[in-house]
Write a protein that binds this ligand. Structure first.
Ligand SMILES: Cc1cc2nc3c(=O)[nH]c(=O)nc-3n(C[C@H](O)[C@H](O)[C@H](O)COP(=O)(O)OP(=O)(O)OC[C@H]3O[C@@H](n4cnc5c(N)ncnc54)[C@H](O)[C@@H]3O)c2cc1C
Length: 572
């Protein structure tokens, strides 16, 4: 028997409570709107934000003189000609305000004895620009600080364990959303004058990823089905030095990065030789190769038969010395020892791992999609990072876009005419459906991850991408016409079904765009088209062509790149 539907009404619904969602909820509520902040997990404690360990980029000029235009120039250069320059400018220009606001809320940015904020130089930045908290705690500190502000902010209703599965539309405009409570399976309808999607990225599409299980492209699927466009979907960033071997328990696979650029960890091939200079990077003890190029170099060594035993490269700190290692790694050195890793004698093996997505929902500079009342913020937004993201730009992007999207959504709610109530939403039938079907989704998710890793990873070919699309099409059979079992508490197989439904759409969009882009640029490398082609200096968009919401009905389009791709030299 269907469970009773819970219905809520609010001015602004924010879906997702990472840095972008928390910021959006805060700014919408301080703009006078009532806000529902919903997350499929615990509020402010899931997604990528809480996992981010390293740094946040902003031209504060505390370590050495800086200007946001220098940051913009680096961001545009890293984006390989594909940044939406308006969005990139917003991130760089407004980033410092967000960092100082968090500082005022006592996030705890690391400081020098004289009180200035410490800034590290991360790969691709022309100077020290990246703030951090302490050993591996930057993301958790940002999330905790924003969470505390949201708790204090009047007008925000926080609802965890609520998985949003579809947006509701009236006359082509978004009027709310539908989801279900994971705790009891109950359907939940939220009527809202504006909705902000802040659901993060899609790297769960890959077998080896740095993500949480909640990052399977839910928001991309929600946006597509509501009529929004996605853009630059082919650009999935692989983090070059994800941990590969030996076994490492209780630590994040991308933990090596800050230590590498602090200490100059050496990347070696199976011959014990540093190889980055073979690919045009004279590292000289500094770790400054952008992520797309380091990924390319490591995988090229593996392909040439010079990889480490587990299929990556060696990362060695053996030249650094025990005291310097302890000083830099702090308590982390003990955690490594618990795993049997002694960096004075052992090299670890590292390899690229799916980490971030540059593509996503297409928005304007108010973060609104082409669907009225539908906004997006954070990693789900396309454009600010073009074909390759600079280290530290993602949290800045989440903070800046979250704030702007929340403000714009609150303005929309304030001027909204009489609100139509949500009529019949198809997803409610799916949420309530009961069936004796066997669970095929759980296995299909694993199969999809294998397909994406094999054919839509860092190196791609036309033939491989065509096989991926065929396999994705076949996997949709696992969906049948509804979820297995019946609604109830923490019904994992049903959640997997809804996850697969979103993941297939997101995967199809990535593979379609990758097959069409016949060149190599940034994070998209085609073995069969190894050169960057000026004619491809354009965005690819993807959207449904009409009411048909099947995978086959997705259509690709092309759009001009916004703004000059080089920033003017700032006045010193
Ligand atoms: C391990 C790791 C380390 C990183 N380190 C750094 C770093 O040092 N510096 C940096 O700048 N960037 C870093 N990044 C990237 C950065 O953390 C993210 O890009 C950024 O935090 C994204 O923030 P967000 O708010 O957009 O999304 P997230 O923080 O991912 O939040 C998305 C939220 O949406 C929720 N959600 C998803 N789908 C639904 C749904 N259907 N219904 C309800 N809720 C939903 C999720 O549960 C989640 O809580 C790192 C990423 C990872 C994975």
């Amino acid at each position: 028997m269907p469970l009773d539907t819970a219905t809520l009404t609010t001015d602004v619904l924010v879906v997702g409570s990472g840095a972008a969602g928390l910021s959006a909820a805060l700014s919408a509520a301080s703009g006078g709107a009532s806000v529902v902040l919903a997350d499929r997990s615990l509020i402010g404690r899931s997604g990528a934000t809480i996992m981010a360990q390293m740094t946040v980029a902003a031209a504060l000029g505390e370590e050495e003189p800086d200007h946001w235009e220098h940051h913009l120039a680096d961001t545009l250069a890293a984006g390989r000609g594909l940044c939406d320059a308006d969005l990139a400018r917003l991130v760089c220009e407004q980033g410092p305000d967000e960092i100082r606001r968090l500082d005022g809320w006592r996030v705890g940015w690391a400081r020098r004895p004289d009180g200035t904020i410490r800034q590290a130089q991360a790969p691709g930045h022309d100077r020290p620009r990246c703030v951090y908290v302490d050993f591996l705690s930057t993301g958790p500190a940002v999330a905790k600080t924003l969470r505390a502000q949201v708790i204090r902010q009047a007008g925000v209703t926080r609802i965890g364990d609520l998985c949003i599965v579809d947006l509701a539309l009236h006359d082509g405009a978004v009027v709310g959303a539908v989801g279900f409570s994971l705790a009891d399976g109950r359907p939940v309808v939220i009527e809202a004058a504006a909705v902000v999607l802040a659901t993060g990225g899609l790297t769960r599409l890959y077998q080896r990823n740095s993500a949480s299980a909640n990052m399977g492209g839910d928001g991309h699927a929600l946006a597509l089905r509501a009529g929004a466009e996605l853009m630059d979907m082919e650009f999935v960033q692989f983090f070059p030095i994800g941990h590969l071997a030996p076994r490492l328990v209780g630590m994040d696979p991308i933990m090596w990065d800050p230590f590498r650029y602090k200490l100059g960890g050496r990347l070696l091939n199976a011959e014990g030789r540093e190889f980055m200079r073979d690919y045009g990077h004279e590292e000289q003890g500094r770790y400054n190769a952008p992520r797309d190029q380091a990924t390319h170099a490591i995988l090229s060594e593996v392909k040439a038969g010079r990889g480490s035993p587990s299929g990556g490269a060696f990362l060695s700190f053996r030249h650094v010395g025990a005291d310097a290692l302890r000083a830099a790694f702090g308590p982390v050195i003990d955690r490594l020892a618990d795993n049997g890793i002694d960096l004075t004698t052992t090299s670890v093996e590292v390899a690229p791992i799916a980490h971030y997505h540059m593509g996503g929902v297409r928005v304007d500079s108010d973060l609104e999609t082409r669907v009225p009342n539908l906004f997006a913020a954070g990693e789900i937004v396309a454009g600010a990072n073009g074909a390759n993201r600079l280290s530290g730009n993602a949290i800045t992007e989440a903070l800046v876009f979250g704030r702007r999207a929340g403000e714009a959504a609150a303005r929309r709610a304030a001027t909204a005419a009489a609100r139509p109530s949500i009529g019949r939403v198809e997803a409610l039938a799916l949420i309530n459906a009961t069936s004796g079907r066997e669970d095929k989704a759980t296995g299909a998710i694993a199969a999809l991850q294998t397909v994406m890793t094999t054919y839509v990873g860092p190196f791609r070919t036309g033939a491989g991408l065509a096989r991926a699309l065929e396999a994705i099409g076949n996997l949709k059979d696992a969906l049948g016409d509804g979820p297995p079992g019946e609604p109830g508490p923490y019904a994992q197989a049903r959640l997997d079904w809804f996850d697969l439904r979103a993941m297939l759409l997101a995967a199809e969009a990535v593979a379609r765009a990758a097959l069409a882009r016949c060149e190599s640029r940034g994070a998209h490398q085609r073995d069969d088209h190894p050169q960057t082609d000026d004619d491809w200096a354009l965005h690819q968009t993807i959207a449904f062509s009409g009411d048909d919401k099947s995978l086959d009905a997705l259509i690709l389009g092309r759009a001009r790149v916004v703004g000059a791709q080089a920033a003017p030299e700032p006045v010193q």
